[in-house]
Ligand binder design. Structure first.
Ligand SMILES: Nc1ncnc2c1ncn2[C@@H]1O[C@H](COP(=O)(O)OP(=O)(O)OP(=O)(O)O)[C@@H](O)[C@H]1O
Ligand SMILES: [Mg+2]
Length: 451
């Protein structure tokens, strides 16, 4: 919010008494106030002073307030206009809002109402300005293709993408679900010398082992029942391009060793015979699991891990870079906010506040869905708090997230889970270690919804 003294208000009324009254009230709020006694004078001041808000009477000799309003909108669309209407003249009021007035004040005035309406107008103006500056940032800085973010963590990711794109080395992208691993993989390809070649995605999580194998390596005709024609594998299709292995951690041990051979020999063989074929492919792998840990526990081959892990790009979770939230929110508002019967242009400050405090377990994907949904629901030009899902509102209200401190309850729960995990979930052992009765432990677990 801008300081009050840098907000400019212009008041227009042919009645000097009203003019003085309004000047006094608005000046007391700390704003810079200008006045004009007719519309022409107002237009001159509009050009000179660039007021944020104009308050104007409707009935004035010469140019009336409604005409002045449209004149202001034409010259300075971002200036907000508040009309002064006679009490009960609903028809003019409706016309005023239709003509683009921000709000209206009816005479006789209520002082608090004047203050409130002016303050709301200035706040609204601030949102517009802020959104404008976010839009500027989105246009050039703080993005790489479709990847948005200005946090140091994301800027580091952009640099790595740029550097690794110039090489042919294998890349491992790590990050929680919804952090944009696929976007990063596509950006590496798009900035590499292979950009004219194919970008092929292997969804390692979605297929059974044998299906995945024939998808990857292809098969000869008659290789197995149903193989009525020869089929090229994905690795072969990715020749001269990049092959993106999504959910690398899901690949079976057998396929892991076959893949290792591909990485070493740069050759593939179709299922069911045929000689080796050389493929020139850059491999980009992604995982939302800690592969190193999987290596330690024996479910992922160590040699394959080292082959993949030539360069690792780790995308930080959204909760560790809250400064990216406003930029991303604005990006998604622009993406979803302008369809034919609706125009949503920003996020109101109170709603942004909630977005900033929510921990985003589903990362950017979840934020994208929340904004998309809010835009469908909201009748307003900006997303307001009650357009956000209950979960976002309540979690943000509890708001211990960014303080860095845990509540006693959360701490206790966390500790109990760790003790249970360390003792193979044996309640008897765990309660001994914790020094509480087994029944007490059960009660706590039930309270945490964990039985
Ligand atoms: N930094 C970002 N800027 C803009 N959009 C993003 C960003 N990060 C993620 N997204 C969007 O969020 C969604 C999820 O991204 P993506 O599919 O790349 O995530 P992921 O890390 O592959 O997730 P998963 O592990 O669940 O597959 C996509 O719609 C993507 O466009
Ligand atoms: Mg993905």
């Amino acid at each position: 919010m801008l300081p009050a003294e840098s907000s400019r208000v212009l008041i227009v009324d042919d009645d000097t008494e009203t003019l003085e009254l309004l000047r006094e009230i608005v000046t007391k709020e700390g704003y810079q106030v200008q006045t004009a006694e007719h519309a022409q004078a107002a237009l001159t001041k509009l050009d000179q002073e660039k007021p944020d808000v104009v308050i104007t009477d409707i009935h004035m000799p010469g140019m009336d307030g409604i005409t002045l309003l449209s004149e202001i909108k034409a010259r300075s669309p971002e200036t907000l206009v508040i009309l002064l209407t006679a009490y009960g003249s609903l028809k003019t009021t409706v016309d005023a809002i239709k003509a683009g007035a921000f709000d209206y004040l009816s005479k006789p005035f209520i002082v608090d109402e004047i203050r409130l309406v002016v303050r709301r107008a200035l706040e609204h103006k601030n949102v517009l300005t802020e959104n404008e500056s976010l839009r500027d940032q989105l246009r050039d800085r703080y993005r790489l293709d479709n990847i948005i973010g200005s946090s140091p963590g994301m800027v580091a990711v952009y640099k790595l993408i740029a550097r690794v794109a110039q090489t042919d080395s294998t890349v491992l992208i790590q990050g929680e679900s919804g952090t944009g691993k696929e976007l990063v993989a596509r950006a590496i390809h798009a900035h590499s010398a292979r950009k004219a070649g194919p970008f092929v995605t292997v969804d390692s999580g979605a297929l059974t082992e044998s299906l995945l194998e024939s998808e990857l390596f292809g098969h000869e005709r008659g290789a197995f029942t149903g193989a009525i024609a020869m089929k090229k594998g994905l690795l072969e299709k990715a020749h001269l391009g990049s092959c993106f292995f999504d959910e690398m951690a899901n690949i079976s041990q057998t396929l892991q060793s076959k893949l290792l051979r591909v990485l070493q020999e740069r050759e593939v063989r179709r299922v069911g015979g045929g000689g080796p074929m050389t493929v020139d492919v850059r491999i980009i792998a992604a995982t939302n699991k800690d592969l190193k840990q999987l290596v330690e526990s024996g479910s992922f081959r160590e040699d394959l891990y080292y082959r993949l892990n030539v360069v690792t790009i780790t995308i930080p979770p959204l909760r560790e870079r809250p400064e990216d939230v406003p930029l991303l929110a604005q990006f998604f508002v622009q993406k979803y906010g302008s369809n034919k019967d609706k125009r949503v242009t920003g996020v109101a400050p109170e709603a942004m506040d909630l977005l900033l405090r929510y921990p985003w377990p589903g990362n950017v994907r979840e934020l994208e869905h929340v904004i998309e949904r809010a835009i469908v629901l909201t009748p307003h030009p900006a997303v307001l708090p009650h357009d956000l899902p209950e979960a976002v509102r309540t979690a943000a209200e509890q708001g211990s997230v960014h303080s860095g401190w845990m509540t006693i309850d959360a701490l206790e729960k966390d500790y109990i889970i760790r003790v249970l995990d360390a003792h193979q979930r044996d309640l008897g052992r765990a309660s001994e270690v914790l020094g509480i009765h087994r029944k007490t432990l059960l009660r706590k677990l039930r309270r945490y919804g964990m039985t």
